[in-house]
Design a protein around this ligand. Structure first.
Ligand code: ASP
Ligand code: MG
Length: 400
């Protein structure tokens, strides 16, 4: 019999009614498969806890803060176990300490170091459905046990880590969308759901701002070759999108998906050639202030020996970044910037993809401010007002 990990996100367990629906779905699965269930906190719960702590302190005691945040998952875990047992499923609610989910002590963003998979499997072998609180672990640093959390959205990562530890056959993430699409269907009506996609493409999409899965969950699944599927709790009979090793995929689309991110702004500074040669000095103040820099492009020196350094930072941090770099007199080139990206593993072996992208944008008269590429993606920074037009045009050029 197959062993499947089923993870339910915040909207899936957002009310008692939904928890009952999830219980029914888990019961149905358990009739012909073994399953382990992982849950997020009820929708909005973690934000509420964050706000409560914020009213007491701007710098909450880290171990208390993680203990507080982890409580959201404890509630949904217990409620689901109650609902399951009410319909005759032998459920066993479990917190991290009971199955040895050990993490480091990096509070609010801890990494899982070890899970006692045998302890978890034992419950399954005894005929129970383990219901595990996601998003958390226990640190034993300094010989002192403390609850840790894995970073916002981290219950996806819990689910994959548990699947790996229990040697499950697959990890299914139930959420409020029914998979990954070739583009946002609200922008491109003819966008299609992608049935199968490589881990690499999904990691790229997650890093580009697609909010379907926690980035580290995809990394972990890729590392261990754990098949990972996203599907909708509201249409559990739809097949969702499955992420797998590239070698298990039949086709390698040149461009499989088009995505965008509107959270950044574009700054630029005219600096001397020498400053441009050692840009660490310029970026250090931003790093120390915790400002995340994304795209960076440096021009060659002009006839006055000056270079232009352009880079993007989160829009909310734009003014702070300008102030931190005041000595270089930077300016904001584009407050409302959008980064539009095409992603596809076939790009590795196909040439002319970038040219085709730029030509498509040119036909639409959309000027490109910055370009950045990886092996399997090309991103352009454009004006936010052109974002939807660009996505539609690129979908037409590569996918329609
Ligand atoms: N409840 C946590 C959060 O809201 C973890 C999760 O949902 O994955 O970030
Ligand atoms: Mg999530």
């Amino acid at each position: 019999m197959q062993l499947i990990v089923q993870k339910f996100g915040g909207t899936s367990v957002g009310s008692l009614e939904r928890i009952r629906d999830v219980a029914a779905l888990v019961k149905k699965t358990s009739a012909h498969q073994q399953n382990i269930v992982v849950v997020s906190a009820m929708a909005g719960q973690t934000n509420k806890l964050v706000a409560m702590s914020g009213q007491l302190s701007a710098r909450p005691l880290p171990e208390a803060y993680d203990m507080l945040l982890a409580s959201g998952e404890q509630v949904s875990c217990a409620l689901l176990a109650i609902a399951l047992s009410e319909i005759g499923v032998k459920a066993r609610p479990l917190l991290s300490f009971q199955i040895g989910i050990k993490t480091n002590d990096f509070f609010t963003n801890a990494r899982i170091e070890h899970i006692n998979g045998e302890l978890l499997r034992k419950h399954v072998d005894e005929g129970f459905v383990p219901v595990v609180a996601g998003f958390q672990g226990v640190s034993e640093a300094g010989g002192h046990q403390r609850i840790t959390t894995l970073g916002r959205g981290g219950s996806d990562t819990s689910a994959v880590a548990l699947a790996v530890a229990a040697r499950a056959d697959r990890c299914d993430i139930y959420t409020d969308v029914d998979g990954v699409y070739t583009a946002d269907p609200r922008i491109v009506p003819q966008a299609r759901k992608i049935d199968r996609m490589s881990f690499d493409e999904m990691m790229e999409l997650a890093s580009l701002g697609a909010k379907v899965l926690h980035m580290r969950s995809v990394e972990l699944a890729a590392k261990w070759g754990m098949p990972l599927r996203v599907l909708s709790t509201f249409h559990p009979d739809h097949t969702g999108s499955t992420f797998m090793k590239e070698s298990d995929l039949l086709e390698s689309p040149v461009v499989s998906s088009i995505t965008s991110d509107s959270s950044e702004c574009l700054l630029s500074a005219r600096i001397t050639e020498n400053e441009a040669r050692f840009p660490g000095r310029l970026f250090r103040p931003l790093a120390d202030a915790g400002v995340n820099v994304d795209v960076i492009v440096k021009s060659s020196p002009d006839s006055h020996g000056h270079c232009t350094l352009s880079f993007t930072v989160p829009r909310a941090e734009g003014d702070r970044a300008l102030a931190l770099l005041a000595q270089y007199r930077p300016e904001k080139l584009l407050e409302n910037m959008a980064k539009v990206s095409i992603v596809g593993i076939g790009m590795r072996t196909h040439s002319g993809v970038a040219a085709k992208m730029f030509e498509a944008l040119e036909r639409l008269e959309i000027p490109v401010h910055l370009i950045t590429t990886s092996e399997i993606k090309v991103s352009v920074c454009i004006d936010e007002s052109q974002r939807e037009k660009a996505i539609r045009g690129l979908h037409h050029a590569f996918i329609d």
